[in-house]
Design a protein around this ligand. Structure first.
Ligand code: NDP
Ligand code: 2IT
Length: 444
C-alpha cells in the first residue's frame, strides 16, 4: 500500500471533496509507516475503514424569515466514527458549509477526540445557513427547524453536538431548548450550554486557552516562555478571543486579529480591555474589525491576512486553508518559530511542508485546539453526574489534558535530529487508540 495509490481510491470514492481529501492525505501520510509495520492493521484494512464515515445524514431545513418569506437550507450531521465513544463534535453554520468540509472536520475530530484521553468518537454537522445580518428571531426559528430535523439522530449516549463557526452560546441555547421540547427530557445532548442550564465553567474559553497552554508546552521543551513573545492571531471569534486573552495574561504581545474583511495591526500590543471590546463587537453587535482601528487607533488592512506581520509565534484561529505557502515563507523569513493551530486545518498541505522543511514547531489543530472538545467531554461528565465543578478545577484538568496531549505528540513525533514533528505525533497517537478499538470489534 502506498500513499498515492490509497489517495487515488479516496479521491475516486469521494469526488469533488477537496478538503476531505486534504485531511485524509495529511493523516495517512503520517500514519502509513505505523500501519504497514503491523500486519494486524493491514489485514483488517483499518485505514480503508477509517476514511469511511459510519453514516452521513442530510436533511432539509425550512423556516420563515422576518419578511414572511420561506427560506430553504440544508442541514447535515456526519457521524464519522464511534469506536471509542459516542459521536462528538461541533455544528457549523456558514454559507460555505458542504459535505466535503463536514467530512474533513468529522475525520479530524475522530483523532482529536482520541487525543483528549476522554471517551469520545468523532462527528461534525451544520448547515449552509448564514447567520450574518439575521435577527435573533430569525436565528431562533432557523435553529428550531434545524433541531427538529436533527433531534432523532442525537442523544447524550449517541451523538453530542456543540458549537463551531457561526454557532455560539446564543445558537446552542435555541438548539438545546428545541431538543428538550421535542424529547420531553433534560439530558446533556449538546455541550457549550449556558451556565444556568448545565454548561461547564470554562467551555467558552477552553479552545483558545488550550491552544496557548499547548504552545507553552512546546516552548518549555526549549526552556523558553511565552512572556515577551510577539504573537499574530487570525480570526476574532470565540477561539481567537480567548487565545488572545490567555496570551496577554501570560505576558505575550498580541499584535493582530482578523475577520472576513481584513486584519487589524496593533503594534503596541492588545490589552485585555481591547479583547473584551472585540468580544462585544463580535458577539453582541456583530460588527467588523475596521471599527477596532477607529476605536483604538490601530491600522486596518482590508482583504489581507495577518501573516505578513513579523512575529515569534503564529496562531491561525479563523478557518481552513487560511495560511498558504507564501504566508509560511513570509512567516519564516520574519523569524516565526512556532505555529499553534486554533482553527481546524488552517494551514494548507503545501504550507505544512514548508514549516516541516524549516523545522518550525507546527502544532496541528487536532492537538492544539483539542481543549475545546476536552472541556465538552467534562461538561458531559458533569451532566451525567448531575453536578458541576468550579472554574479552577476545570482549568486544572484542561492544563493537565493539554500537557498529556503534548507528551503523546512528542512520544510519536520525536525525530533523530531532535525536532518534534507534531503533525506526525498527533496523527499517530490519535490513530492508535481508534485503530486498536476497531480491531477489538472484529469485522464491523
Ligand atoms: P467563530 O464563528 O466564533 O469565529 C470565526 C472567526 O473566523 C470570525 O472572526 C470570522 O470572521 C473568521 N472567519 C470565518 N470564516 C472565515 C473566512 N472564510 N475567511 C476569513 N475569516 C473567516 O468561530 P470559532 O472561533 O468557534 O471557530 C474558529 C475556528 O476554530 C474554526 O476553524 C473552528 O472549526 C475551530 N475550532 C473551534 C472550536 C470551538 O470550540 N469553537 C474548537 C476547536 C476548533 P467574521 O468575524 O467576519 O465572521
Ligand atoms: O472543532 C472542534 O473541536 C469543535 N468545534 C468543538 C467540538 C465540541 O464538541 O466541543
Amino acid at each position: 500500500m502506498d500513499l498515492d495509490g490509497f489517495m487515488s481510491d479516496v479521491t475516486r470514492r469521494n469526488p469533488g471533496e477537496p478538503e476531505f481529501h486534504q485531511a485524509v492525505r495529511e493523516f495517512v501520510e503520517k500514519v502509513l509507516p505505523v500501519v504497514t509495520a503491523d500486519e494486524r492493521y493491514v489485514r483488517a484494512r483499518i485505514l480503508e475503514r477509517m476514511v469511511e464515515p459510519d453514516r452521513v445524514i442530510m436533511f432539509r431545513v425550512v423556516w420563515e424569515d422576518d419578511d414572511g418569506a420561506i427560506q430553504v437550507n440544508r442541514g447535515y450531521r456526519v457521524q464519522f466514527n464511534n469506536a471509542i465513544g459516542p459521536y462528538k463534535g461541533g455544528l457549523r453554520f456558514d454559507p460555505s458549509v458542504n459535505l466535503s468540509i463536514l467530512k474533513f472536520l468529522g475525520f479530524e475530530q475522530t483523532f482529536k477526540n482520541s487525543l483528549t484521553t476522554l471517551p469520545m468518537g468523532g462527528g461534525k454537522g451544520g448547515a449552509d445557513f448564514d447567520p450574518k445580518g439575521r435577527s435573533d428571531d430569525e436565528v431562533m426559528r432557523f435553529c428550531q427547524s434545524f433541531m427538529t430535523g436533527l433531534a432523532r439522530y442525537i442523544g447524550k449516549d449517541v451523538d453530542i453536538p456543540a458549537g463551531d463557526i457561526g454557532v455560539g452560546s446564543r445558537e446552542v441555547g435555541y438548539l438545546f431548548g428545541q431538543y428538550k421540547r421535542i424529547q420531553n427530557e433534560w439530558s446533556g445532548a449538546l455541550t457549550g450550554k449556558g451556565p444556568a442550564y448545565g454548561g461547564s465553567p470554562l467551555r467558552t474559553e477552553a479552545t483558545g486557552y488550550g491552544c496557548v497552554y499547548f504552545a507553552r508546552e512546546i516552548l518549555a521543551r526549549a526552556d523558553e516562555v511565552l512572556e515577551g513573545k510577539t504573537c499574530t492571531i487570525s480570526g476574532s471569534g470565540n477561539v481567537a478571543q480567548y487565545t488572545a486573552e490567555k496570551l496577554i495574561e501570560m505576558g505575550a504581545r498580541v499584535v493582530t486579529l482578523s475577520d472576513r474583511h481584513g486584519f487589524v495591526h496593533d503594534p503596541g500590543g492588545m490589552t485585555l480591555e481591547k479583547v473584551r471590546w472585540v468580544e462585544e463587537l463580535k458577539t453582541v453587535r456583530h460588527g467588523g474589525l475596521e471599527e477596532y482601528a477607529r476605536e483604538w487607533g490601530a491600522a486596518f488592512h482590508a482583504r489581507e491576512t495577518p501573516w505578513s506581520v513579523p512575529c515569534d509565534l503564529a496562531f491561525p484561529c479563523a478557518t481552513q486553508n487560511e495560511l498558504d505557502v507564501d504566508d509560511a515563507r513570509t512567516l519564516i523569513a520574519n523569524g516565526c518559530r512556532l505555529v499553534s493551530e486554533g482553527a481546524n486545518m488552517p494551514v494548507t498541505y503545501e504550507a505544512s511542508k514548508v514549516f516541516e522543511a524549516a523545522r518550525v514547531s507546527h502544532a496541528p489543530g487536532k492537538a492544539a485546539n483539542a481543549g475545546g472538545v476536552a472541556i465538552s467531554g467534562l461538561e458531559m461528565a458533569q451532566n451525567a453526574m448531575r453536578m458541576s465543578w468550579t472554574r479552577e478545577e476545570v482549568d486544572e484538568r484542561l492544563r493537565a489534558i493539554m500537557r498529556q496531549i503534548h507528551e503523546r505528540c512528542v512520544e510519536h513525533g520525536y525525530g533523530s535530529d531532535g525536532w518534534v514533528d507534531y503533525v506526525r505525533g498527533a496523527n499517530v497517537a490519535g490513530f492508535l487508540k481508534v485503530a486498536d478499538a476497531m480491531l477489538a470489534f472484529g469485522v464491523v
